[in-house]
Design a protein around this ligand. Sequence first.
Ligand code: SF4
Length: 313
Amino acid sequence: MTRLEVSDLKAYYFTSRGVVKAVDGVTFRASESIGIAGESGSGKSTLGLSIMRMLQPPGRVVSGSIVLDGMDILAMSEHEFNTRVRWKRVSMVFQAAMNALDPVYRVEEQMEELLRYHAYGAGDARELMSSAVRQVGLDEGVLRRYPHELSGGMKQRVVIAMALLLRPSLLIADEPTTALDVLVQAQIINMLKGLKDAGLMLMLITHDLSIIAEIADRIGIMYAGQMVEFGSTDQVYREPKHPYTQALLASIPRMKGEKRLTYIKGSPIDLLNIPRGCRFYARCPYAMDVCRDDPPAVDVGDGYVRCWLYAKH
Ligand code: SF4
């Protein structure tokens, strides 16, 4: 059963300099954990915030649909979404959230605030808090502590526990391991894997392809506001189709073999001024005349690729 279906989603920022098309026609469906990868500014975080309906002005979802567990969440009133979906069905760990923990309140006080908002009584709140911290591998003693008494890894577990408080079925995690040292990163990745194995659907937003390889069943590659390739993680890593995906994977350091690392020449296009045709055109080694027209999304394997190389033309 498809748990998350995003169709032709467009989310723009209406700035004084013009319209930034941060997410521009993104489509995918997933029933398992998914990773969203791409360079900074490719629209990954805007996609996550759109699903949470937390895009702040001047940003807003312009069109498209998001269906989560059969519910058309963009069609809901704010009140309905707030009471039925946000934090309860879908929750998010924001980028650098651990730095946003309030230093003057104990962990439990920060969690209680959210639970009070959702009208949980003291007894239920205690049970939900205890179960959330245990889920992320912490003991209940952490609830009595202040943020400054916690290590970076513990803080990150606490913010993940806060996102899990109301037992969502989908957890969006935006760069969940950035700013942590390598050993702690590995612990957080293992913990996330454990949550996934226990039935939680994860949507990992990261520029780090190795995390997606470890955890996600499906992967979407974003470039300049579009999803240029989507498929099973295995398929995309084994046989990347889109020239951007190929370049992204070729830029990951590997322990074995003598393959030289490559980098992607040039820089991403200006989202305020999107040229006609393929958005990767200026950086693509395979660019052809036809690429000056918008490439179609072509079905390949169990996903798609947005590139003229695979289209019949
Ligand atoms: Fe390269 Fe053309 Fe494919 Fe774009 S559509 S990625 S320019 S081959």
